[in-house]
Design a protein around this ligand. Sequence first.
Ligand code: UD1
Length: 419
Amino acid sequence: MDCFEIVGKNHLEGNIVVSGAKNAVLPIMAASILNNSPLKIKNVPTLSDSKTMAAILESMGSKVSFSNDDIINIDNSGLNIPFASYDLVRTMRASFYVLGPLLAKFKQAKVSLPGGCAWGPRPVDFHINAFEQLGVKIDLENGYVVADASNIKGGKIHFPKISVGATGNVLMLAVLADGVTVITNAAAEPEIQQLCQMLNNMGADISGVGTNTLTIKGVTSLKNLEEISIIPDRIEAGTFMIATAAVGGKVILENVNPLHLKEVTKQLTNVGITVIEKSNIIEVHSEGNNIKFSNIETNEYPGFPTDLQAQWMLLMCLANGDSTLKENIYFDRFTHILELNRLGCKISLEGSLAKIKGNRNLIGANVMSTDIRASAALIIAALCAEGKTSISRVYHIDRGYDKIEEKLTKLGAQIIRKK
Ligand code: UD1
């Protein structure tokens, strides 16, 4: 199993190009099921999660090829097996995205219940309840969802809590359902906005894109799309922004959409970091000390993203006072706390509220990755720590960050991957 060895205390300086968004490419690859001719997807991040989605599509009869490092070509004209196996789906929760488009196309599908990150229960009840409200008949058989959408009809869906995955899944079914579907408490995340734009470009009729109410007028068929380019990864960009703030230095991030990072920019500015926004560039300047404490909470878009909670927590360990950080999306997304504390952080937990002691001096140690974003926090902590840190199980980071060690090395960090 690969690990990272990192020697801390080098300031970060230079430019990097942010990759395409993991959370956009996965639903868009699933939506390609609705496309019957070759689709070229550009600005695709090289991630094990995109390879997992490719393997799922291939297992159903799709032809998928990667070219130029950031292009995926998907030809779904031969996709004819509406089945996604446990072996493929269990490693990535986003695999469940295939259920909606499979049902829209074949009216029947069998998809394993998902696995994914190692924190807490992450159910799919919102997806299943919403499908049932649209008339899908669902049985659970040996860990599989067996679904029949022969009698679907548009309807009203209200999610008890905003869900990115359930919104995307329902959209991909409802575009071809008879009648109008209205989703309230829908996700407004930029990745869902891009999925809506893709479906509309294929002839779907979705309005309210970017708000929490989506209205989908069903159409009888969609047309084929030839090309799409994935939006920049706001979480990767936010991770590098926080890394620069924590370690110190001056980093220019290219291929970003500053509008998608407004809350992150606001919070970094509030704690004393200089962030300069240009059209598709963000510059971050930090001395790496003099960071102010903060009390923030995670929220759905446009709030502060849960996917940057672990990284922000680490930043607050270095702040000039004590901070709090409340997690509102996943009540138990805190596996990073024990590992960060091994490096000298002092974080305690009361329910979903983390209490973070500032002014910490971090010292290198052996730590373990537990999920994608927790791993990113550990890397940033290691870059700030005195001496050497070894981070094991970096396969977690390979799921969500494209060549992170190459990008950090380019900025002057000492990080090597050991096999
Ligand atoms: C997506 C992102 C993930 C991000 C998360 C929240 C992708 C591929 N992943 O995950 O990086 O952390 O949004 O921004 O886009 N819930 C239920 N039942 C359900 C579905 C969700 O209770 O059927 C709950 C979840 O446990 C969680 C909340 O709803 O508390 C939001 O989850 P959701 O937005 O669905 O997360 P994902 O789509 O899995």
